[in-house]
Write a protein that binds this ligand. Structure first.
Ligand code: PPE
Length: 307
C-alpha cells in the first residue's frame, strides 16, 4: 500500500515539507539498523482529534533508546508536542504517526557512541493494516519457520528498527505461502507474537496472552485490551501458549496500533472455532473502537487532544 503523503514532517525541531524530509546514504541507522521507533494512532473523538495513549508511546520510545544507549536530544515533552503538531499541522482527522530516532550521518562502523541521533515524526492517513475484510471477517495465519529473537540477542522490550528484519522475513514467508500474517514462536517453542501485533487466545473459557519472556513486545494495545476486557468482566491471564493451543483455540485475535483488533480464523489451516470472529473477540473489538474514539467514559485519560 503506497504511503498517502501529508504536507509536513517534524525533523529535529522543525516542520519540513514532506519531500524534503531526507537523509544521507551514509546514515548510520540505514547501515546498521541503529534506531528506535513508535507507531501511534490519532482518532476522531467528540472533542476533536486525539492521540491514543500518547504518554505511553513516548515513554516506550525513550525506554527503547535507553536500552540501546541512544540519547534522544530532546525532552519528552518536545517529542509529545511534535507528535501533536504533525497531526494538527497536516490537518489530519485520523492518522498513523511514526516517530523515529536514528543514528545519523558522520560516523561509520559498529561503535555508535560518537554518532548523533536525529528525530523525525511523520503522520499520514493509514487505513486498516490487515484489510477491512480482515478486520470484519478475520485473517488466515501461519506459524513461521523463523523463530523470534532471543531476548539476549535482541531485546523484545525495545522497538528497534533493525530488529524488524526478523518480522519482515516471517511476513514475506507467510504472504508468499498465501496467508495473511505469521505467528512467531520463541526459542523455547512458545507462542511469541505476530510480525507487528500481540496475540490473544480464548480457550476453554480463559483468555490468554503470551508473556514478554516469550519474546513479545510489551504492547500498548495489548495493555488497553487487558483493561477493556476487565471492564467487560473477563479476566486475561499472561501465560505461555503452545502451538497446539492455537489449533484448539475457540477464538484468536491479534492487536496492535496499526492492526487494531483483528480476528484470526485459522492457524496453519486449522479452523479456529467456527471459522468466524467469536463473541469475545467482537466484544473486545467494539470496546477498543469505542475507547479510541472517545466514546468510553472510563478511558478518556487515554486520549490526548491535538488542539
Ligand atoms: N509486536 C510487534 C512486533 C509490533 O511491532 C507491534 C506494533 C506490537 C506488537 C503491538 O504494539 P502496540 O502498537 O504497542 O500495541 N507494531 C507497529 C508497527 C507496524 C508496522 O508495520 O510498522 C504498529 O502497530 O504501529
Amino acid at each position: 500500500m503506497p504511503i498517502e503523503k501529508s504536507n509536513v514532517i517534524w525533523m529535529d525541531g522543525e516542520l519540513v515539507p514532506w519531500d524534503q524530509a531526507n537523509v544521507h546514504v551514509l546514515t548510520h541507522g540505514l547501515h546498521y539498523g541503529s534506531g528506535v521507533f513508535e507507531g501511534i494512532r490519532a482518532y476522531k473523538t467528540p472533542n476533536g482529534t486525539a492521540v491514543f495513549r500518547l504518554k505511553d508511546h513516548v515513554d516506550r520510545l525513550y525506554d527503547s533508546a535507553h536500552i540501546f544507549m541512544i540519547d534522544i536530544p530532546f525532552p519528552k515533552e518536545t517529542i509529545a508536542e511534535a507528535i501533536r503538531s504533525v497531526v494538527r499541522e497536516n490537518g489530519l482527522e485520523e492518522c498513523y504517526i511514526r516517530p523515529i530516532v536514528f543514528l545519523g550521518y558522520g560516523e561509520m562502523g559498529l561503535n555508535p557512541l560518537a554518532c548523533k541521533a536525529s528525530v523525525a515524526v511523520a503522520a499520514w492517513k493509514w487505513g486498516t493494516y490487515l484489510g477491512e475484510e480482515g478486520l470484519a471477517k478475520g485473517i488466515r495465519m501461519k506459524i513461521s519457520s523463523w523463530v523470534r529473537h532471543n531476548p539476549n540477542s535482541l531485546p523484545p522490550a525495545a522497538k528497534g528498527t533493525g530488529m524488524y528484519i526478523n518480522s519482515s522475513m516471517a511476513k514475506v514467508e507467510a504472504v508468499k505461502a498465501g496467508y495473511d500474517e505469521a505467528i512467531l514462536l520463541s526459542q523455547q517453542g512458545y507462542v511469541s507474537e505476530c510480525t507487528g501485533e500481540n496475540l490473544f487466545v480464548v480457550r476453554k473459557g480463559r483468555i490468554l496472552t503470551p508473556p514478554t519472556s516469550a519474546g513479545a513486545l510489551e504492547g500498548i494495545t495489548q495493555s488497553s485490551i487487558m483493561a477493556l476486557a476487565s471492564d467487560l468482566g473477563y479476566k486475561v491471564e499472561t501465560e505461555n501458549i503452545l502451538r497446539s493451543d492455537l489449533y484448539t483455540a475457540d477464538e484468536i485475535f491479534l492487536c496492535g496500533t496499526a492492526a487494531e483488533v483483528t480476528p484470526a480464523t485459522s492457524v496453519d489451516d486449522r479452523v479456529v472455532g467456527d471459522g468466524k470472529p467469536g463473541s469475545v473477540t467482537k466484544a473486545i473489538q467494539q470496546a477498543y473502537f469505542s475507547a479510541v474514539h472517545g466514546e468510553d467514559p472510563h478511558h478518556l485519560d487515554w486520549l490526548d487532544n491535538v488542539g
